[in-house]
Design a protein around this ligand. Structure first.
Ligand SMILES: Nc1ncnc2c1ncn2[C@@H]1O[C@H](COP(=O)(O)OP(=O)(O)O)[C@@H](O)[C@H]1O
Ligand SMILES: [Mg+2]
Length: 258
């Protein structure tokens, strides 16, 4: 049984099928790349899996459990965590505080605990902060040294790293990365690729779906690539098969990429 599986997954927006009949699966420890032209439904697909959009038809199963109609925070608690195509950080908070937000919903202390049992609430935050700093120092030691700086003062690549760390601190079973190298130059893209590779060594059993346009990333990071076009899955396979697939060349790669 696949860790995460979609069957006939579809969503309709006012007559347009943004995602149509997508059968997809991913196993523990696997990295799958998602490519396709702009508007082909990649982000929408992740939005359905993470509960932001509700599927019109079809199912999403996690370890055999039907999670299709769960709400985003319920899906998060099941271990599916994501990053977004455009940055969603609090600029006036430090790097550490932004990452700490990834554990916000895991905290048990209530508002009353903060007032009546401050030690308990403090201990909990301290232990969460420790987990966050463990991940950050492993993921990128340079950024760890800047952990108390305001997010607005750090470079774009580091902001993208913060988002990935924030997603990782809850030790997800499934990590969904929506264009993590968007806005990065070639060298930064390579650095980010190496960081993403390290994730699997740190978090056992994690699987990753990564949306990415850069074919250099697609060649090196995922074990398998799924190609979307106009909301449908048009191909699936290893990099070398995908770049020579006529349907993919016509829809996405064009002559130059082959
Ligand atoms: N909330 C929405 N309402 C209406 N149309 C949407 C909505 N979200 C996405 N779409 C449409 O779905 C299609 C797929 O978009 P998207 O998933 O963002 O593509 P991609 O990530 O592959 O570039 C586009 O035509 C987009 O306009
Ligand atoms: Mg997108």
């Amino acid at each position: 049984m696949a860790l995460l599986e979609t069957k006939n997954l579809s969503i309709n927006f006012g007559g347009l099928w943004a995602v149509k009949d997508v059968d997809f699966n991913i196993d523990t420890k696997e990295i799958v790349g998602l490519i396709g032209p702009n508007g082909s439904g990649k982000t929408t697909f992740l939005n359905i899996i993470s509960g932001i959009y509700r599927a019109t038809n079809g199912t999403v199963q996690l370890q055999g459990d039907n999670i299709t109609d769960l709400r985003p925070f319920e899906i998060f608690k099941k271990g599916i965590v994501r990053t977004y195509q455009s940055s969603r950080l609090c600029w006036d908070l430090s790097v550490a505080d932004n990452i700490l937000m990834g554990l916000y919903s895991a905290h048990k202390s209530s508002f009353f605990d903060v007032i009546l049992r401050p030690k308990k609430a403090n201990d909990e935050i301290y232990s969460s902060l420790q987990k966050c700093m463990d991940i950050l120092s492993y993921f990128n030691p340079d950024l760890f040294r800047h952990r108390y700086e305001l997010t607005k003062n750090i470079p774009h690549i580091d902001r993208r790293r913060i988002e990935i760390c924030r997603a990782l601190v809850s030790h997800p079973a499934v990590l969904l990365l929506d264009e993590p190298t968007a806005g990065l130059n070639d060298e930064e893209t390579m650095q980010m690729m190496m960081d993403i590779h390290k994730i699997k060594e740190k978090i056992n059993d994690i699987c990753i779906i990564i949306i990415e346009h850069d074919m250099k990333v697609m060649e090196r990071v995922p074990e398998r690539i799924v190609v979307f076009n106009a909301g449908q899955k048009i191909a699936e396979g290893v990099y070398k098969d995908i770049i020579s697939d006529h349907g993919v060349i016509g829809a996405y790669l064009g002559g130059a990429a082959v």
